[in-house]
Ligand binder design. Sequence first.
Ligand SMILES: Cc1ncc(COP(=O)(O)O)c(C=O)c1O
Length: 382
Amino acid sequence: MLTIPYGKQQITQADIDAVVAVLTSTNLTQGPKVPEFERAVASFCQANHAIAVNSGTSALHIACLSLGLNQGDIVWTSPFSFVASANCALYCGAKVDFVDVELSSGNMDMKALATKLASAKQINQLPKIIIPVHYAGQPCDLASLYQLSQQYGFKIIEDASHALGACYQDKPIGHGQYSDITIFSFHPVKNITCGEGGMALTQCPEIAKKLRMYSSHGITKTDCVNEIHGDWYYEQQLLGFNYRMTDLQAALGCSQMQRLPEFIARRKAIANRYQKVLPKSIGRLTNDPIGESAHHLFPIQIAANKRKHVFDGMRKAGIIVQLHYINIARQPYYQGLGFDPINYPNTETLSQTSFSLPLYVDLTEAQQDFVVATLLELLADD
Ligand SMILES: Cc1ncc(COP(=O)(O)O)c(C=O)c1O
């Protein structure tokens, strides 16, 4: 049976040729393709600095470290996300907490955030960093978040794993006009892929320097504190990691970047078609007019008591729908840390009623029609 996944990469002959060219070259890693890919993404996003790494998770980790996150510090993020959005804080020995999302967008609720910040200030428990997630590719209310950051003194890392190709106030996500660092993921279901990969973007040269060092063992060859005696010289100045991206991955990334505008246009057309053909009784997220979504996911909401029947029926028909996401506070690991998922009621509601319909560049109209017909049939069952 032909299966229709919820998301998948598009690989063309040009992509294959680009990877094979690296495979038959001298440098499989640390060659010219990684900086070329960094320049391509930085230029698309109008950012000054871009540091490629081996996953979005690694990008989140070095982003936290580069902003000085330490033992005892506090990070707040969205509980309606992949676990990596929160884990990055724990990797640094920091504490994590969650801010509930809006039912309408699945993005961090700025009113809930303002209330939580006011309470946290009174007990001296303000976060050092807030990590908003641009859920499904739709930008968060970054201007309000930035205003709160000025008032309360926290830093901002945009988890834009879903949002390469999105815009906010006419600037590409990744530009960072309202944040310190933006990170992307290039996992195969994302808007472009490197197989696995990630990138951290910033406008700040000091942060960029740290991101670069943390991505490669804390080593630098250029900004040495001691005298440079020769070309062999390098210094480890921080405790970093081997999070480097290979040239093989970057070659695929460069090739995919050339089609990013085409990818986003196709994703938008598919999303618009779902909007048109799905009946009003099926819930879906509303797009904030300030932002232009990158249409990474198309989550729908149906009655909680019907979700399992419909989800299982779709999968039985070969349509591999997926839930984005289980409330992170509901994960056994986070429950072990003392989190109670019911403190995030909107996340609970969305987690219990949502799943994402197939949305990827090569999805045909006939496949989309099959998805919709199967969905409506299953919903009509008693
Ligand atoms: C919102 C979000 N954050 C972080 C990540 C982590 O990215 P990666 O899988 O590239 O490590 C993902 C990817 O699944 C994600 O969807």
